[in-house]
Design a protein around this ligand. Structure first.
Ligand SMILES: [Cu+2]
Length: 280
C-alpha cells in the first residue's frame, strides 16, 4: 500500500513536469486585450482611475435613461483636469482645442453597450460628455467628466493583432464606408483622413424611416426619434486611426457626425456628413 502511494506521487510529479515542459516549449499565447469599462448614467461616469497604455478595448455601458456617449481626450502634458475645467469655464473654444481627441464609444441608447479598440498612450485623460439637454445645458456641466491616468505598461504584453473587416474613412465632410457591409459582428478600422476632427455615429432606422426623416429630426427634434442610437466612434484627431466594433442586424442604417464645424459651428451632418446604408 505504502509503495503504491509513492508510485502515484512519482507519477504525479512526472506528469506535472511533462506538462510544464509542454507549456514552456510552445510560444506564449496571445493575451486578450485589457478592457476599460465605462458606465454612464445621469449625470456621471464610472471609470477606473488608471489603466496601462497599449491596445485596449474601451466599452461603454449605458445604465441611464437617456442616450450617452464617452468621449476620451488626452490632456497636454502638465495640464491638470482641474486646470482644463477652469479653462472650459473661461474660454470654451480654447479648452476644446487644448486636448487630443482619441475617440471612444459613440452615442448609445439606454441599456446598450458599445466597444471600440484604442491604442492608449501614457498621460492624463478625460472621459467627457459633449451631449446637450433640450435647454442647451451640456451634460459636462452636470458632472459628466471624469479623469483617468494612462500609465506606462509594467510588461510588454503580447496582444492579439486587430483584424478588421473594412475601413471607414472620415473626410471633410463625408464618409467612405466599407464596401458591402454584411450582418453580424464586425470590426471597422476608423481613419481620420481630414483636416478637422470627426466621429462616426451609427443610427438604426425604425421601420419605414429614411435619411430625410433623420435629417428632419436632427434639425428639429420633435417627438420620438426615427432611429435607435446604436453607438459608433467618438471624435478623433486628424491623422489618427482606431477600431469600431459593431454587431449589425439586417435593416436600414444612417451614419453621421455631430462635431461642430471649425469655421461656422454648424454640425458636420448639416455640411453633408450623413449617409445611409443597408444591411441585407
Ligand atoms: Cu465630422
Amino acid at each position: 500500500m505504502r509503495n503504491q502511494v509513492h508510485l502515484l506521487a512519482l507519477l504525479l510529479v512526472v506528469a506535472l513536469f511533462l506538462s510544464g515542459c509542454a507549456v514552456a516549449a510552445s510560444p506564449a499565447p496571445d493575451q486578450p486585450l485589457p478592457e476599460l469599462l465605462i458606465q454612464a448614467s445621469e449625470y456621471a461616469y464610472d471609470v477606473p482611475d488608471r489603466i496601462e497604455a497599449g491596445l485596449t478595448t474601451v466599452a461603454l455601458e449605458n445604465e441611464g435613461e437617456l442616450a450617452h456617449h464617452a468621449q476620451l481626450a488626452r490632456l497636454p502634458e502638465g495640464m491638470t483636469p482641474e486646470a482644463w475645467l477652469g479653462l472650459m469655464q473661461e474660454n470654451p473654444p480654447a479648452a476644446i482645442q487644448a486636448v487630443t481627441y482619441v475617440g471612444g464609444p459613440g452615442l448609445l441608447d439606454p441599456g446598450l453597450r458599445q466597444e471600440v479598440v484604442l491604442d492608449l498612450l501614457p498621460g492624463t485623460h478625460l472621459v467627457v460628455s459633449f451631449v446637450f439637454d433640450a435647454e442647451g445645458v451640456p451634460y459636462l456641466a452636470k458632472g459628466m467628466v471624469k479623469p483617468f491616468e494612462v500609465v506606462a505598461p509594467s510588461t510588454a504584453a503580447k496582444v492579439q493583432p486587430i483584424e478588421s473587416n473594412g475601413t471607414v474613412e472620415l473626410l471633410d465632410f463625408s464618409f467612405i464606408l466599407p464596401a458591402g457591409i454584411g450582418a453580424g459582428p464586425q470590426v471597422w478600422e476608423v481613419v481620420n483622413e481630414a483636416q478637422e476632427i470627426h466621429e462616426i455615429m451609427v443610427l438604426k432606422l425604425a421601420d419605414g424611416k429614411n435619411l430625410h426623416d433623420v435629417m428632419a429630426f436632427l434639425q428639429t427634434p420633435n417627438g420620438e426619434a426615427p432611429y435607435v442610437n446604436l453607438g459608433g466612434f467618438q471624435a478623433i484627431t486628424p491623422g489618427e486611426s482606431s477600431w469600431l466594433k459593431l454587431d449589425l442586424e439586417p435593416g436600414e442604417y444612417v451614419v453621421t457626425c455631430y462635431v461642430p464645424g471649425a469655421e461656422t459651428g454648424d454640425p458636420h451632418f448639416a455640411m453633408g456628413m450623413i449617409q445611409s446604408f443597408t444591411v441585407k
